[in-house]
Structures are given as structure tokens and as C-alpha cells.
Design a protein around this ligand. Sequence first.
Ligand code: HEM
Length: 572
Amino acid sequence: MTTPPPPNTMALRANAIYEAFSDRPVLALAILLVITIAITRLLSSKQADQSPNGAKPVPSVPYTLPIIGHLPSMIYDAQSFTRRLRALYHPSGAYSLNFGGTVHNILFSPPLATALVNVKSENASELELFRGIMGKVFGFPLASEGHKYDEAIIGLNALYKNFMSEPGLGDMTTRTAQLVKENLASFVTGSKSLVDQMIWERNADVEIKTNAKGEKVVEANFLDLVRDWSATCANPSIIGSDFGHNYPEYIRDLWTLDEGFLLLATGLPRWFPIPALTRAHIARKSVTDKLLAFETAMDKYVAGEDPGPDWRDLDDVGPVVRGRIDLYRKKDMSMQARAATELALLWAANANSNPLVFWMLERIYADKALLALLREQVAPYVRAVQPRQEFVVPDAPRLEKLDIDGLCANCPLLKSCYIECLRLDAAPWSLKVAKKDFVLSPRDKEVQGIVLRKGEYVHVAHDLHNTDPNAFEDPEVFKADRHVKYDENGKGSAEMGSMRPYGGGHSMCKGRAFAFKEIMIFAASIISMWDVDAPNGGEWKLPKQRKATAVYGTADSTRVWVKQRQLPVVQT
Ligand code: HEM
């Protein structure tokens, strides 16, 4: 055992070190940095011990920068980083990262994922996180009315049965299909004047061009065109028709908020110098103001008072939002709290399903053979026709038939495309926080459990499973019929299999049944009436995906040429 040097010797050594480096501060800093990195790397590579009952700790990924941890790698290219680690930690089915000093366990094996989404809420829960998001992202006044939110949550969740089962689900899809029939012929109008264009065309920056055959085509940003058109058809079934009529530009605000979602979730204020954050704050204020007017009108309507001339059709507000008004009134919730709760719902209903329609169409129009097969498959259920021209001005084409049940039950190739896009074009993560130390044990006793510690974050990274070469052959390749299976009679069907794009457990997406139907309706209807090509007869190029909350966005150009398809001519 060595005796510690007497204090005067230590002081002498410190003095010598100070003198050696006092005129070389850069060298001193560099040495300090190297030592810090080496110590951080050493400490972060140390794996926790096996728990006494045999469950293993989640292997932690070493990092070099203290506190910041793995954040730089996630910001630089989360997709490549997380996928590289998946290959490295495959046998464990999970690995652990450090963001800003907090531990984040990333689970990707299906047995662990299933165990987490079904975990008892006293062990790990998402409720606190969802509550935080309600405040930071959607502007719910948690400080003054957090208790009301907690009291209302059971009632709010109970209302989602209207999205999931009949008669609510059927009413929503019928209403949406009706609006598809009304709006499909004006997906592009060919109007040059902004005044005559539809809202989705204005947002898509349309221009009139002429193709090589001398035909008129409409050039547009495909992402904006598809997602805004889809939103216009779907949202009235949730919030009624007055809201969209009074404030058609609210959809733009929703997308701007969506782009800044993760920044808002950090809780950073509006003045913080990140342009996307400032834009998101402004968009949230703009859409909240519109929702405040809606909530005030609804409150009057429910009380039997006159809501004003702009709100004449409030009786067509969907049952979830209508049911909420009674709950808000019972809990005496402020208009701000109500508007924030509606904003969260509008965001959830639009942020993923509408961009998914865009990715489906991108992949379908890219492959003309697939497009032809799909048109043939949906033809018995979705029929677009051109009325015979009898006057000088030709009639618009119309959707003569839209059989939702037939389309959703009997078009396995289209359904397989929908599942394949959820596999490749979405990266949803389900997130919970461990409320105490516990072992997460999969039901399959062959699979070893993992130890989770109080305060740690636990994510199911669904995209890591969905693109895992051990689960899917050529995982990066889009195979339209990948999910189609045939029974002994040769009847095809397509199912999700081991994928969980809508999460799981009691926080599982409440709009999934509606999302499936609306996406099938939108994709089938658009391909039935419209031809879409790359501009100037160029090659179709899939835009690069950009991380969003679940379904990817893109920052690439999505310009396309849209033209009406040759349709069967019918008597008017
Ligand atoms: C492709 C479309 C969609 C995808 C991929 C998607 C995905 C998700 C995911 C991953 C969650 C979180 C689940 C978890 O924590 O485990 C979620 C929650 C939710 N989604 Fe969706 N969603 C979609 C469409 C919709 C639609 C159309 C609606 C409404 C009509 C909707 C309403 C909701 C709601 C209300 C929640 C919160 C559930 C809760 O608080 O418990 N979603 N969604």
C-alpha cells in the first residue's frame, strides 16, 4: 500500500504542472480533452452486471463526449447510426444510448417489443411523456389545468371507440368517401388563376405546362398536393365542415408545426434562434387561434345558443370531437385547454396518414407495370368515368363507384403496398419511462429478459425490426407483393405480420382502423382517375426520406406532371 504524499509535495506538483502549461493554454486544453474523452469512453464501455435472476442488462454503446453522449450521431444521421448498432447488438435485441445524460434503451427484437408495449403501467408508462407533449408541443396549460387533463383522460380515451368500431368508423369512412367523390375531379383543375385553384393546388405551387404530345398537364409539388387533398377529404369527418371552410389555410399550419414537432418537444421558447422552431411556434399560435374560435362556437352550439353566421353546420362535427365538448364542459376546461386537445388530435390524424398516401403513390407511379396491375385490381370497386360531352364545355370526370368494403377486403396487392410503405416509409418509435427497477420478460421463455432501471427511457424502434435483414429478405427493396399470402383456393390476402407501425398496448394508435381505410380509398381513387409522371418526360426519382415523428417527410423536390387518365365515356 502506498502512503499518500505529504500535502506540501502535492502542492509543489500542482504548481509545477501549472507552470508547465500556463503559457501553453491550447496544449493544456487539448490534453484535458483527450483525458476526458478517454475516461468517458472507458466508463461508458463498462457494462452493468448480470442481474441475480439471470436477466441481462441492456448493453450500453460506448460514447466519447460526456453529457452530450450519442446526440451528435443521432442528429447527423439517426437512420444509419441506429441500423449499424442493430447489426452490432443483434443477439441482445436491444442497446442503450445516452442523450444529454439520460439513458435511452432502444429495443428492436419483436419479443422484447411486445413485452414493452404490454408492460404493466406501474413498471413503465408513456402517460407522463404524452402529458409533457400536450403542454410543450400543443400548448395545453398544464400548470393551471394539468389536473383537469388527468381527470379527463379516461373519458377522452373512451371516445376513441368511435374511430375504431361501428357505427362511428363506418360513418367516418362514408363521409370521407363522399368528399373524395366531390373532390377527385379537381385534384388538379388546370386553372392558372390562384383564385380559381383549389386550396391543395395553391399549396402545391401548380403551373400549367405542355407535354411532348402537345397536351396540357399540371405541374405540382406532389407531396403538398396529395397530403392537402387527403386532409381536405378526411378532416371534416372528425371536426366537421365549418372549420375547414372558415380556415382552409389551417392545414399549412399543421405541417409547419409537424416539421418543428421535435424542436417544440424540447420546450425551447419561441425566441430561441432556430428558424424551424420559431416557425413551429408561430404555426401553433395560428392554428390555436382558429381552434379557439371553433371551441367557442361549439360551446354555444351545445348550450343551444347561436354560434354565429360562420358556424351553421356544427351538427356535422364527428362523434369524438362532439363527445369531447360535453367532457370539457363537465370538467370546466378553458378554451385554451380545449383548443390544445383538438390540435393534438388534428395533428395525429394528419401527420402520418396523408404523407403515407404520398409515399404509396410515389412508389406506384414509379412502376408502370405495378400501376396497371393495381388499376385492374381496384377496377371492380373504384370506377372513374368521363361523361359524354354534350355541350361546348366538357363535363368533369367523376367517380361512378366507390365500394369501400370491397376495396379494403379484396385488393390484396394494394393493401400489400400500404403495408410495404409502412415498413419502408415510416419509422415510428413507441416510448415509455421505467417507473422502477424491473425485469422486462418476454412471454417466450426462450428469450432472455432485460433489466430496466427507474428513470430510464425505453423505446421500441419499430423501423429497426421492419428493415432487419433477419426478418425481411432484401429489406431495403420495395416489393409491392411482399405481404400477399394465398390460401388453398388461391385467394390472396395481405397482413402486417410481425410489424407494429401503429405501436401497441393501450397507447396503440386509436386511428389505425380509419387510417387503413382512408389510405386505401385515397390511393385507389387517385390512380383510377389520374396519370402522374416525372416532369418533362424525365426519369422518376424517389425523393430522399427525412426523419419525422413516424411516416417520413422529404426536403427534396417532388415536382410531377399530372394529367387526366383516358376514362371510359358514359352518358351523362
Ligand atoms: C399511417 C397512419 C398512422 C400511423 C403510422 C400512426 C401511428 C401512431 C403511433 C405509432 C402512435 C403511438 C403509439 C404508441 O405510443 O405505441 C399513434 C397514436 C395515436 N394516433 Fe395514430 N397513426 C396513424 C394515423 C392516425 C389517424 C388517421 C388518427 C386519427 C383519426 C390517429 C390517431 C391517433 C391517436 C389519437 C393517438 C394517441 C393514442 C393515445 O393517446 O393513446 N392516428 N399513432
